[in-house]
Design a binder for this molecule. Structure first.
Ligand code: AP5
Ligand code: ZN
Length: 214
């Protein structure tokens, strides 16, 4: 099964990706997590990406397309994969089509901007795995600690309100057009498109996802 998760920054893509990975045994390909790992490792890619990410801008299409192509070619992706944060521009979506990569389900998680700005201030992440929490809506078992490893949780550097607002503006300008793009792909019978109200609880959204992903 091949799935794309579409949605604004903070809509809950990473949160629902955790659920889908566990439920369906397919790997999550989060371009954001991959870039953050490169930043942490201090690779040339990481050094290039850090400035762009901290400013809330998008990393270049060529760089991201290369990264995803390489990841999809790995053996664990043969049975399927879940794309989280990719594609997020029309050229990125076109690159998938050009490489003959078809998608079974496109899932849009819809959350209004103001709700997102409120949410981001409470987000905590486990830098090692990318696991996501929220201090109120999805708290870890022990405050400030990852459920699996017990490591300290961190705040993402791009979660400051002014940066979140910039990321939202870029989302509307460059990523939102993919809703219409994949709507057309679905109308041609080449994928299934599902839209969910992401303001509902984490568990409710997961339940609704499970009902379409059988
Ligand atoms: P990326 O890491 O992909 O960030 P993003 O798209 O901005 O999305 P987020 O990770 O912020 O949000 P999410 O939807 O995963 O929400 P989450 O589940 O964490 O990208 C980061 C940067 O990398 C980009 O800005 C760009 O620079 C670069 N980049 C990445 N991919 C790229 C690409 N393809 N092209 C170019 N550049 C790229 O949830 C958010 C919070 O809400 C959490 O605290 C969570 O616990 C909580 N929450 C989740 N669901 C609910 C719910 N239902 N109710 C209440 N709270 C909830
Ligand atoms: Zn995420």
């Amino acid at each position: 099964m091949r799935i794309i998760l579409l949605g604004a920054p903070g809509a809950g893509k990473g949160t629902q990706a955790q659920f889908i990975m566990e439920q369906y045994g397919i790997p999550q390909i989060s371009t954001g997590d991959m870039l953050r790992a490169a930043v942490k490792a201090g690779t040339p890619l990481g050094l290039e990406a850090k400035k762009v990410m901290d400013a809330g801008q998008l990393v270049s299409d060529d760089l991201i397309i290369g990264l995803v192509k390489e990841r999809i070619a790995q053996e664990d992706c043969v049975k399927g994969f879940l794309l989280d944060g990719f594609p997020r521009t029309i050229p990125q979506a076109d690159a998938m089509t050009a490489n003959g990569i078809s998608i079974d389900h496109v899932i849009e998680i819809d959350v209004p901007d103001e709700e997102i700005v409120k949410r981001m201030s409470g987000r905590r992440v486990h830098p090692g795995s990318g696991r996501v929490y929220h201090v109120v809506f999805n708290p870890p078992k022990v405050e400030g600690k990852d459920d699996v490893t017990g490591d300290d949780l961190a705040i993402r550097p791009d979660d400051e309100e002014s940066t979140v607002r910039k990321r939202l503006a870029i989302y509307h300008e460059q990523t939102k057009p993919l809703v219409e793009y994949y709507g057309k792909v679905a109308a041609a019978g080449k994928t299934q498109y599902h839209k969910f109200d992401g303001t509902q609880s984490v568990a409710t959204v997961s339940k609704q996802l499970a009902s379409v992903l059988k």
